[in-house]
Design a protein. Structure first.
Length: 363
């Protein structure tokens, strides 16, 4: 598993300035790396506290977090973040419960599942990061004036949708059904068939090998496929789904109770990152993500960031509202993955997010 550490603010200021020079924009304008983010409870920190964070996947979809690391926001809060890609929400939950990581980034549906299993020291969400589905429907050919309804008019429309019970697959089902399509899940007799037999990490490779007519991919993979002529982005699933809490930060009850200061400082940094991304252009954000996606060109990075900004994929603050969780459980129920609803208060706390909003100040 590849390991990433937060970068010092001074180093990133130089990188951003260098990127601006390469782009021909110059550095005469001050690069506001810190965005003048302050916290009225901030104290001088002599030594950084290391925490290990497991992410469900490594994607530009999580840009506010990567921006926060590059801008030094976690270091401002006295934290050194070791970020590990665990490649799956179930693996993130397992790692948290077994104390292999302190904080996890995954879809809230995983918290719902674990809560309904009756796990005593369950993972509790304290900061929402993304508010829409971040995947894109990719086809083998460009389709002019594409609409979801066109899928139902095709002789065959087989979509590689990902693991059953995962947020991307369930949201895809939700979007197709609410647009009036008669779909099957692993059912070739239906006009539109969503396949759930291919794991998330293998979806792109399976599509390239000839499986399916369409596939849902996250960035930067979707843009890479299109640039190489291996597929064509037809629509953003998040543009059709409406707001759904798609990824959020969690920690176990025991860790949260023992380390409320760590959770608060982490949430402060996430909020600063969300605000930076919300209030800056794709051109300003892209250089901050480059250290975490070294194989992506600056031009492509800007394109991807703008795509996510266009669908308002990123939340502007870390609060996960009750109605948002209810919407997610509606999606889960429609996909046949939820018979009983979890209690919002059992799996979400807004204490740290609300305090971050109150105490983090921007000049």
């Amino acid at each position: 598993m590849k390991l990433f550490r937060s970068h010092a603010r001074k180093l990133m200021a130089g990188m951003v300035c260098g990127a601006m020079l390469l782009a021909g924009t110059g550095c005469d304008k001050e690069v506001d790396i810190g965005q003048n983010a302050q916290n009225n409870t901030e104290q001088p920190v002599q030594q950084l506290q290391k925490i290990t964070v497991g992410e469900v996947a490594h994607s530009i979809f999580y840009a506010p977090s990567y921006a926060a690391m590059s801008l030094g926001y976690f270091e401002e809060e006295g934290l050194e973040v070791d970020l590990i890609n665990l490649q799956g929400a179930d693996k993130v939950m397992t790692a948290m419960i077994s104390d292999e990581i302190q904080i996890g980034l995954a879809g809230p549906e995983a918290n719902v599942y674990t809560a309904l299993q009756g796990i005593e020291d369950q993972a509790v969400i304290f900061a929402q990061l993304t508010q829409r589905d971040g995947s894109f429907l990719v086809g083998r050919e460009p389709i002019e004036n594409f609409s979801l309804e066109l899928l139902g008019e095709m002789e065959r429309a087989e979509i590689i949708g990902g693991r059953a019970g995962g947020a991307p697959e369930m949201t895809l089902e939700y979007v197709l059904k609410t647009n009036g399509l008669d779909i099957g899940v692993d059912d070739e007799s239906k006009p539109v068939n969503v396949r759930t037999d291919i794991q998330f990490a293998a979806m792109g490779g399976s599509f390239l090998s000839g499986e399916g007519d369409f596939v849902t991919l996250f960035e930067p993979t979707a843009t890479q496929f299109e640039k190489e002529g291996k597929g064509y982005i037809l629509t953003a699933i998040g543009a059709h789904s409406g707001n759904i809490p798609f990824t959020a930060y969690s920690a176990t009850k025991s860790y949260m109770e023992a380390n409320p200061d760590v959770i608060q400082r982490f949430t402060n940094a996430v909020y600063k990152g969300q605000q930076f991304v919300a209030n800056n252009s794709a051109e300003d954000i892209a250089p901050l993500l480059q250290p975490y996606f070294e194989d992506i060109s600056q031009e492509d990075m800007i394109t991807v960031v703008q795509r996510y900004k266009d669908i308002e994929a990123w939340d502007i603050n870390p609060v996960l509202e009750p109605e948002a969780l209810e919407k997610l459980m509606d999606v889960m129920a429609l996909a046949g993955q939820l018979e009983e609803r979890a209690d919002y208060n059992d799996i979400v706390t807004t204490e740290f997010a609300e305090k971050a909003i109150q105490t983090v100040k921007f000049e």
